[in-house]
Each structure stands twice: as structure tokens, then as C-alpha cells.
Design a protein around this ligand. Structure first.
Ligand SMILES: Nc1nc2c(ncn2[C@@H]2O[C@H](COP(=O)(O)OP(=O)(O)OP(=O)(O)O)[C@@H](O)[C@H]2O)c(=O)[nH]1
Ligand SMILES: [Mg+2]
Length: 404
């Protein structure tokens, strides 16, 4: 298992905010930071580190990633030893990522994507490269939910590669398709970085049951392991079970939680950000209730949560993440577009890629992302319910798994 955390050097110190205004939207709750901490006492988290000390030991190894390298990172502020060090939540830091473990996880991804991949891999079992092969491939990609545009893009790119390399065997074409998929997906690879500001505020949204709370729990664990002080905001105030579920994760990870029965989600989030600032937390993560993008009033509520976070802290939220269930195929693309339009997404987490027949949708998301001003990275993928089943996204690994 990776630690996920990489120390980034250079810039980043917490600019103490001007006192934020209480939002009009949140009159019911006192802005005091002590809002209803659940089981773990509001005492400092066990891994809390003084805000002025470097938090995470620098990682030893780096795994290929398109993410910016620490050395190349822009450093507008000279490296101040006393400043809090931003960290990147990434697989790149793998001090405890022995090769067999990574391989076993890759096997899981392969196993998971078998339903998607077997149809595609089947295309290359013949002996000739002809129109029939391309037609079969087109059907297989469409069946895998790559969508019409991405399928066309990949076929076009593949034919060009076949021509250029003068490939003669279907097996060679398969390798070229892996290259084409890798190239299409590569812009989605990026590390989630925390620590540029203190706290880093992350808002998590998605449709019902996509895996938001579970993913937040896993992420919190990795952050806590890396000595990041995390505070959770239970902005899913509708269901008691939802608060309890997040409370269990908070308990398990021994981090604070701000939660309120039946409260206004925006007010709870506001309080959490205030509390995060007051307690010197490194990261505040807001879990929101699941909703469909077509539920306009609920989408408006999400916008309000985002606005109110901005009132609690000028630059926040620093990340607006959409959790997407990989099983939903083309619908996942529709979700990404709709939530992006409403919130301006900064990243995606694609869950449940274990056992899906629709893994091709990542190609569709990548193609859409290309047409957007800035790509929306896939920070993590989920391939199961266990802690180690949340992994960083690698385009090449994914392409290999898809065609294995
Ligand atoms: N197989 C698999 N199951 C997952 C994964 N991620 C989450 N789940 C499961 O999906 C179910 C829903 O997860 P939640 O985290 O409650 O989803 P949510 O988005 O918070 O749901 P709501 O808050 O109700 O909208 C749970 O049973 C999780 O264990 C994954 O990567 N793979
Ligand atoms: Mg939830």
C-alpha cells in the first residue's frame, strides 16, 4: 500500500485570513469552532503537528506520474524552512509501497476491468488486420461505454499508428491501442496536493451511492497516516445514517468531525471551515448528500455550500471533487458535465472499477476534458471497499488493465 503522500517543496504558507463574515445563509449556527464534535474529543488529533513544522517525511521513491515534479514546481515564495510544507496526496510517494503490493492491486484492477476488457481484447485474437477487426473494435469500445466520440477518436488514432509502424499482426495493433488509450488518458493523471493553504478545504459531491463517504474515509486515513490533521464536515445533514457513517470514519481515523442534526448543510460546512482554521487543521473535507444533477434545488444547495465555504475562507474551496461510480458508463460523463457546470470541478474520483463492464467511460471523460479549458484530473480510482482499494490513477496502468 502506498502512503499516498509526498512532501512538496517550496511555496505555500498559510496566509492568515481576514476574519470571515458570517454568511447570511448560516444564522442558526454559531460560528464558534466548537460545533458538535462527535466521538473524538475536540482535543488535538493524535497526529497533529505544529503548523510550522514539516509534516510528512520526504518520500523516497517516485512512481511515474504526469504530475508536476517537486523540483519543477513553481516556487514564488522562497523555501522557508519554517513554513508548512505542502504535500501531494499521490502515489508518487511510496515509501511503503513494495512492488508485490502494487502488483496485487494492479491485478485487482485487471480483474475488475475484465468485464470491460475481455470484449476489447477478443478483437485481437485473429490473424489479420482488416476492416472486420476495426469494426469489431468499434463495437467493443462502444459496448465498454467509451462513447461515440472517444471511440472514433481512438480508431482514427489507432489506424494512424498502425500505418506509421507498418504493423502486420493483430497483437501489435493491441499494443498500439494501449498506447493510444494511454495518450488519451494521460492528461487525467495528477496528484491531489494539500498544504498550499492551511487548511486545504475539499468539497466532495456526487450522485447517491457513488461512494463519496467511503472515499472520504479512505482518504482521511491516508492523510492521517501522513500526519495531516484532518477535520470532516458532515454536510449531508438529511440522513442520520449519513452523519453516523462519516462519524464512524472520523472515529476510526481519530479525526474531528463537525456535524449537526438536521442543520443547514452550508452552515455546517461554514462552521467546519472556521473550526479547521481555529484548530490549525491541515485539511477540511466536506461530505455532501448524494443528488442527481437534474434535482435543480439540490444543485442550488451545492452551489450555496460552495459559496459559503468561500465566505469562511477567501480562497476556499481549494478542491471541488466529484465522486463518480464507474459502473454508470456514459451516465458518468453526463454527471461530470452537469456537476462541472454547476460547481466548476477541480477533480474526479472514479469508484467501483472492480467488476465494471463500462470502464471505457474514462476515455469519454478524457476526450470531454480535452475540450475543456483545463482538464479535470482523476485523482483517485476505487477498486473495492477496502482501504487499499483507493489508488491514484495511472493512464498506462489503466490502459493495460483495460486490454488484459
Ligand atoms: N465495490 C466497490 N464498492 C464501493 C467502492 N467505493 C464505495 N463502495 C461501496 O458503495 C456503497 C456506497 O458508498 P457510500 O460511500 O455510502 O456512497 P455515498 O456516495 O456516500 O452515498 P450517499 O451518501 O448515500 O449519496 C457502499 O456499500 C460502499 O462500500 C468501490 O470502489 N468498489
Ligand atoms: Mg454518503
Amino acid at each position: 500500500m502506498f502512503s499516498f503522500i509526498k512532501k512538496k517543496l517550496g511555496w505555500g504558507q498559510s496566509a492568515p485570513e481576514a476574519p470571515a463574515e458570517q454568511p447570511a445563509a448560516a444564522p442558526a449556527t454559531p460560528a464558534a469552532p466548537e460545533t458538535a464534535p462527535l466521538p473524538p474529543a475536540p482535543a488535538p488529533a493524535p497526529v497533529a503537528s505544529p503548523p510550522t513544522s514539516p509534516i510528512v517525511p520526504a518520500p523516497a521513491a517516485a512512481v511515474p506520474a504526469a504530475a508536476p515534479t517537486p523540483a519543477a514546481a513553481p516556487a514564488p515564495v522562497a523555501q522557508a524552512p519554517a513554513a508548512p510544507a505542502p504535500v501531494s496526496v499521490a502515489e508518487a510517494a511510496a515509501p511503503r509501497a513494495p512492488e508485490p503490493e502494487r502488483r496485487s492491486w494492479l491485478d485487482k484492477l485487471r480483474q475488475g476491468l475484465k468485464k470491460t476488457g475481455s470484449g476489447i481484447a477478443q478483437v485481437f485474437t485473429g490473424t489479420r488486420i482488416d476492416d472486420a477487426l476495426y469494426e469489431e473494435l468499434e463495437s467493443a469500445l462502444l459496448m465498454a461505454d467509451a462513447g461515440v466520440a472517444a471511440t472514433e477518436h481512438l480508431l482514427h488514432d489507432l489506424k494512424r499508428r498502425v500505418k506509421e509502424t507498418k504493423a502486420t499482426e493483430p497483437a501489435q495493433v493491441k499494443a498500439l491501442l494501449i498506447d493510444a488509450i494511454t495518450e488519451l488518458l494521460a492528461p487525467l493523471e495528477k496528484s491531489l496536493e494539500v498544504g498550499h493553504t492551511t487548511p486545504t478545504v475539499i468539497m466532495v459531491a456526487g450522485v447517491n451511492g457513488a461512494g463519496k463517504t467511503t472515499t472520504i474515509g479512505k482518504l482521511t486515513r491516508h492523510l492521517a497516516d501522513a500526519r495531516q490533521r484532518v477535520l470532516l464536515a458532515a454536510a449531508d445533514t438529511f440522513r442520520a445514517a449519513a452523519r453516523e457513517q462519516l462519524g464512524v470514519w472520523a472515529d476510526r481515523n481519530q479525526v474531528d468531525i463537525v456535524s449537526q442534526e438536521g442543520g443547514d448543510p452550508a452552515a455546517v460546512t461554514f462552521d467546519a471551515v472556521q473550526a479547521g482554521k481555529a484548530r490549525g487543521c491541515d485539511v477540511v473535507i466536506a461530505d455532501t448528500a448524494g443528488r442527481l444533477a437534474t434535482q435543480l434545488h439540490l444543485m442550488e444547495e451545492l452551489r450555496k455550500i460552495k459559496r459559503v465555504i468561500g465566505k469562511a475562507m477567501d480562497t476556499a474551496p481549494h478542491e471541488v471533487l466529484l465522486v463518480v461510480d464507474g459502473n454508470t458508463g456514459q451516465n458518468a460523463l453526463a454527471q461530470v458535465k452537469a456537476f462541472d457546470e454547476a460547481l466548476g470541478l477541480t477533480g474526479l474520483i472514479v469508484t467501483k472499477l472492480d467488476g465494471t463492464a463500462k470502464g471505457g467511460v474514462l476515455a469519454a471523460i478524457a476526450l470531454w476534458s480535452r475540450q475543456r479549458q483545463a482538464p479535470v484530473p482523476v485523482y483517485f480510482i476505487g477498486v473495492g471497499e477496502k482501504l487499499e482499494d483507493l489508488q491514484t490513477f495511472s493512464a498506462r496502468e489503466f490502459a493495460h488493465a483495460l486490454l488484459s
